[in-house]
Design a protein around this ligand. Sequence first.
Ligand SMILES: CC(C)(COP(=O)(O)OP(=O)(O)OC[C@H]1O[C@@H](n2cnc3c(N)ncnc32)[C@H](O)[C@@H]1OP(=O)(O)O)[C@@H](O)C(=O)NCCC(=O)NCCS
Length: 146
Amino acid sequence: MIRKAGECDISQIAACEACCFPLPLSARAIADMLKNPLYLFLVAEDQGTFAGHAAILFTGETAEILSVAVLPAFREKGLATKLLEETEKQTFRNDAIEMLLEVRISNLPAIRLYEKYGFEKIALRKNFYSAPPEDGITMRKGIKLP
Ligand SMILES: CC(C)(COP(=O)(O)OP(=O)(O)OC[C@H]1O[C@@H](n2cnc3c(N)ncnc32)[C@H](O)[C@@H]1OP(=O)(O)O)[C@@H](O)C(=O)NCCC(=O)NCCS
């Protein structure tokens, strides 16, 4: 099940960030973002248990995907795909026309996930990441209007 996050999810989202990323969003940053209508957090649950989340920033015509993260015990069960499906629905509802994201060039599971979902590589960003330093790839998926 995918649902919108609320304040009660902050600690689990922060723990998931810390588990999945070298430079995670802090609980304080997540709390501030949840109060800002430009940000959306989605939570994925597996039989009622927190399993992962997505963070999205809406800037006009673009929905920028800041994080997609699934806890290790719940991976390869389709949850990230479900988070992307809901992100795409919300992108359409917000009148945005594209989803954009950055991914580390070595993160093959994530690149495969995004490519399978229809994202295309549109730019290589040299030294985009720190800790550890690494190139990033910008990926894009356009939203098709019905
Ligand atoms: C990347 C990540 C979000 C995938 O989550 P997930 O719920 O396991 O993904 P799904 O089950 O929806 O997988 C969908 C597709 O992604 C690809 N994929 C997922 N995990 C993979 C892996 N370990 N190796 C290769 N491909 C993988 C596959 O193409 C898969 O399709 P398939 O099942 O038909 O093979 C998860 O591994 C994760 O949280 N990683 C750490 C955080 C991260 O790197 N986030 C992305 C950058 S923002």
